[in-house]
Design a protein around this ligand. Structure first.
Ligand SMILES: [Ca+2]
Ligand SMILES: [Ca+2]
Length: 404
C-alpha cells in the first residue's frame, strides 16, 4: 500500500503535466521539558521529563485554469517512540497520510472547495489551525468563499465531524457544523477608526436520538480599530459571542464569551508592543442542572491565548467552569534578528470568579534569515492556595522551524 502511494507521488508530475505545480515544505523540531509534579512520586516519575518531536509537511498545489487542487503530506513523530522502530530492523508504523487534500474551483469573485482543509477564522479564538500542536487541526467538508466588490469577504461552510453511516441509517445521526464568516476587507469609511469588522455564526447539529444529539448555535463578532497618538500607536480588539441550544448533558445552553485587548506600540521603549488583555468565557452554574452556562470552545486556539501551560486552553463542553483571564504581554525586538516576549496571566473561573493561579511565559526568538528560526521558551505556573492544585509547575521548550 505504501509503495503504491509512493508510485502515485512520484508519478504525479507526469499526470499533471498540463497544470502548474507549486510546492512548499515546512519542518519543525521541538524539545519539550516539563517539571509538572506527578501524583505518583515513584523513582521513575521524580526526574525531569522531556521529549523531542519532529514534524515534516510538504504541500503540493496544482492549478490549471479555474481548477486547482492541493495535497499536504504530514509526518509527526516523537523521536525514539516504539512505533518508529528507530535503530531496529522492524517496520516503522507511521503511514504516509494527507493532512489536507482538497479540490477547488474558482468562480468570478470567489471559490468553492471540497475535501479536507484547515479552517482558521478571524483571530482563531473559536476556529483555529492549532499550529503549536503536533498535528494541527483540519476539517472535512465544503467551503465557499465570495468577495463583495472589495468591501467584504464571506465564507460559508459545512464540515462533517462525525459521519455515522456505518452504525445508523439516518443523516440525522451525523454531526455537522454549518457556518458563515463575513469580514470587511477595507476600512469601513475613510474617517472611521475601525479597520476590521467581522460577524460570524455557526451551528453544530446532530438531530438523532443518540447521546451526541446537539443543536448548539453560536453567533459573534470581532472588531478592531487603531489610533495613532503622537508617541503611541493604539489598537483595540474586541470579540464577543453567545451560545444557545440543547447539547449533550443539558437541555438548554446560555453562554457567552468576550475578549478585549488594548495593544500599545511604544517606540520610546525599544519599539516594544505592550498588550493589556481581558478574556472571559462564561462558566457553568452547577445549581441549574439542565442548563449549561459554560461557553464551549472545542475548535479554538488554546496555547495562542491562554499561556503555555495549557491548563485553561479550551472548553469542550458547556459544563466547564469557564475562564476570567487578565493578561499583560510585552514584545520587544532586540536588534533586527531577535525578539523577546514576556506574558503575564492571571486566571480565575468564569463562574464564581474563583482564583486559579498565575503564569509567566518568557519566549526568546531568533530569526536566522527568512527561512529558519529558533525559539526558546519558559513557563511557570503558580497555583493559588485553595485551588484544584498546589505549588508551581514549570515547562520549557526549544524549537527549530524551517520552511524551504
Ligand atoms: Ca450520513
Ligand atoms: Ca448549569
Amino acid at each position: 500500500m505504501k509503495l503504491a502511494k509512493l508510485i502515485f507521488v512520484l508519478g504525479l508530475p507526469v499526470f499533471i503535466s498540463a497544470a502548474d505545480l507549486e510546492w512548499q515544505s515546512e519542518f519543525r523540531a521541538r524539545v519539550e521539558r516539563d517539571t509538572v509534579t506527578s501524583a505518583n512520586d515513584t523513582a521513575s516519575s521524580r526526574g525531569q521529563s522531556s521529549f523531542t518531536h519532529f514534524r515534516s509537511r510538504l504541500m503540493l498545489k496544482m492549478t490549471s485554469g479555474s481548477l486547482s487542487a492541493a495535497v499536504q503530506f504530514q509526518d509527526v513523530r516523537v523521536l525514539g517512540h516504539p512505533d518508529n522502530a528507530s535503530g531496529s530492523t522492524a517496520q516503522d508504523k507511521h503511514a504516509l497520510a494527507f493532512s489536507q487534500a482538497y479540490l477547488q474551483y474558482r468562480i468570478t469573485g470567489g471559490k468553492m472547495r471540497i475535501g479536507r482543509f484547515s479552517l482558521p477564522l478571524g483571530n482563531e479564538r473559536l476556529f483555529s489551525q492549532n499550529r503549536w500542536s503536533l498535528r494541527g487541526r483540519f476539517f472535512e467538508g465544503f467551503l465557499a468563499e465570495y468577495n463583495f466588490i472589495k468591501l467584504a469577504s464571506s465564507k460559508v461552510f459545512r464540515v462533517y465531524l462525525a459521519e455515522n453511516y456505518e452504525t445508523f441509517s439516518s443523516d440525522k445521526d451525523d454531526t455537522v457544523i454549518d457556518g458563515f464568516y463575513v469580514a470587511s476587507t477595507a476600512p469601513i469609511t475613510k474617517i472611521s477608526l475601525i479597520d476590521r469588522f467581522e460577524i460570524y455564526g455557526y451551528r453544530e447539529l446532530n438531530l438523532g436520538n443518540t447521546e451526541d444529539a446537539i443543536q448548539r448555535t453560536t453567533f459573534g463578532g470581532r472588531l478592531s480599530g487603531s489610533l495613532d497618538l503622537w508617541i503611541l500607536g493604539l489598537t483595540l480588539e474586541f470579540e464577543a459571542a453567545s451560545q444557545s441550544g440543547p447539547v449533550p448533558g443539558f437541555t438548554s445552553t446560555d453562554a457567552a464569551m468576550s475578549v478585549f485587548n488594548l495593544i500599545c506600540d511604544v517606540p520610546m521603549l525599544f519599539n516594544s508592543q505592550i498588550t493589556f488583555g481581558k478574556e472571559y468565557f462564561s462558566g457553568d452554574d452547577p445549581a441549574t442542572e439542565g442548563k449549561g452556562e459554560g461557553f464551549a470552545n472545542p475548535y479554538g486556539a488554546g496555547h495562542k491565548w491562554h499561556g503555555y501551560m495549557d491548563y485553561h486552553k479550551r472548553f469542550v463542553t458547556n459544563g466547564s467552569a469557564g475562564l476570567n483571564e487578565t493578561s499583560v504581554r510585552i514584545h520587544t525586538p532586540v536588534f533586527d534578528k531577535y525578539r523577546l516576549a514576556v506574558h503575564l496571566h492571571e486566571f480565575k473561573t468564569g463562574f464564581g470568579n474563583t482564583e486559579l493561579g498565575s503564569e509567566i511565559d518568557v519566549v526568546f526568538t531568533v530569526n536566522a534569515g527568512s527561512r529558519l528560526s529558533f525559539s526558546q521558551g519558559y513557563a511557570r505556573y503558580t497555583h493559588k492556595s485553595g485551588s484544584w492544585k498546589t505549588g508551581t509547575d514549570e515547562f520549557a521548550y526549544f524549537s527549530i522551524s524551517a520552511t524551504l
